[in-house]
Design a protein around this ligand. Sequence first.
Ligand SMILES: C[S@@+](CC[C@H](N)C(=O)[O-])C[C@H]1O[C@@H](n2cnc3c(N)ncnc32)[C@H](O)[C@@H]1O
Length: 266
Amino acid sequence: MNLTEQAAAKACCADLYQSDLARLVFGDTLHPGGLGLTNRLGRLMAIHPGDWVADLASGRGSSALAMSRVFHCNVIGVEFGATAVTQARDSALESNASGACFVRGDAEYIPLRAGRFDAVFSECSISLFSDKPAAVRQIADLLRPGGRFGLSDVALATGSLPSELDGTLGQLLCMTNALDVPGYQELLQDGGLDLVHSEDASGEIIKILDDVENKMGALRAWQSLARPPDGQDEMLDKAPLLVSRLRQMVQDGELGYWLFVGQKPG
Ligand SMILES: C[S@@+](CC[C@H](N)C(=O)[O-])C[C@H]1O[C@@H](n2cnc3c(N)ncnc32)[C@H](O)[C@@H]1O
């Protein structure tokens, strides 16, 4: 893919996550485990009051706002989707949050100053990046010596992406370009970080699947009222079968959600 094609793919991905359907299915936090898992990542990164933290691919800003509120740190969120950035800024204003701000940008070409950050985190997003090794090398550059990178993401056993998920749907679920567990661990280490923690949070995917099943009625009502854009309509028709397929994959250990923490050598 050349740079123009990559930008078009990122814009399409951002549109998907900004859509009403994504909000209906996932709510405001677009990753398994919600803000509970975000706070867990914050504790694992040992964030202190006053620290400078970057949230790469910050979506609607819920995690950045929570981190700043819970750990009393300063968070800069970087997000590709313009609507998501506007929503994040509105949420910051509404909640009177002075510790978080949001910039529109490409987290694969991070528009932030090197060596200035105590922590960087990215939730359910690195799996979407086209050049993951380059992104992690830049993250290592952003961190001060001893600073930590917290990553939570979908882990998929190599070769186990089902054909029905090869496309928009797989992308929405962060599965299309997800790595397996050793793949993420190597990614951090090859990027110059010491791996200090790995944690299996795959149970959080099961909770989302339970939730989606419970919301199926509301999704159907939305489908008949909202005239979903092409593709999203089809997605809803496939949802029940898909939910059981994904549940099976989690049970078989083919699909999971993991937390990893890497530390820049001091
Ligand atoms: C699954 S959502 C996760 C959002 C947020 N981290 C959260 O957990 O709520 C993935 C997000 O990554 C963003 N994204 C994907 N590639 C990006 C890139 N290269 N730069 C900035 N944002 C990107 C998408 O626009 C989308 O908002």
